[in-house]
Design a protein around this ligand. Structure first.
Ligand SMILES: Cc1cc2nc3c(=O)[nH]c(=O)nc-3n(C[C@H](O)[C@H](O)[C@H](O)COP(=O)(O)O)c2cc1C
Length: 170
């Protein structure tokens, strides 16, 4: 069985709620959870799979705890690790930066040798630009959740994404 670690950061509690739902719904194995405010690189080195969750703030910036952790995160070696990303954002209020944080983390993961799973269709969202969008593929690097505008879709999106991950991680 693969081992799964999860790192998340949340300013107003939205990403925390989504994280709790993910943990509750994931039944295949335990997930060890770390807050981005406290995590050390040595905490996460041993996991086969990492879930990374964050919101985007202030015109395309990482959530504050992730922003503080970023300089160390840049040094994580993701070789032989599988990464699944999920991000929260506001597609109408910040349509030029929608879930940019997912794209910023994905760039480091790819550069440092990780494999990304759980890529998610851009269909069903109305935004202008996103760093989380994969060039020419109509996919985000990870699950996009918009609690500000589409809260009614959140649970179904999480369920579908976790189903994808169950297949991709087997
Ligand atoms: C001042 C402010 C700036 C924001 N900037 C962005 C942004 O650049 N891109 C985006 O997608 N969402 C942006 N958002 C929306 C938040 O990411 C969204 O509300 C999210 O659910 C917050 O999650 P959290 O409580 O876990 O931090 C912003 C929200 C506020 C209030």
């Amino acid at each position: 069985m693969k081992t799964i670690g999860l790192i998340y950061g949340s300013d107003t509690g939205m990403t925390e709620e989504v994280t709790n739902a993910i943990i509750e719904k994931w039944t295949l194995c335990d997930i060890d959870v770390f807050e981005a405010s406290h995590v050390k690189n040595s905490d996460i080195e041993g996991f086969d799979v990492l879930f990374l969750g964050l919101s985007t703030w202030y015109d395309g910036d990482l959530q504050s705890d992730w922003d503080n952790y970023y300089r160390k995160f840049e040094n994580v070696d993701f070789t032989n690790k599988t990464i699944a990303l999920y991000g929260l954002g506001d597609q109408y209020g910040y349509g030029e930066y929608f879930i940019d944080g997912v794209g910023i983390l994905a760039e480091i993961v790819i550069k440092n040798g990780g494999e990304i799973v759980g890529k998610w269709p851009t269909e069903g969202y109305d935004y202008e630009i996103s760093k989380a969008e994969i060039d020419g593929e109509n996919l985000f690097y990870g699950l996009a959740i918009d609690e500000d505008n589409q809260p009614e879709l959140t649970e179904e999106r999480i369920d579908t994404w976790l189903g994808m991950l169950e297949n991709q991680l087997n």
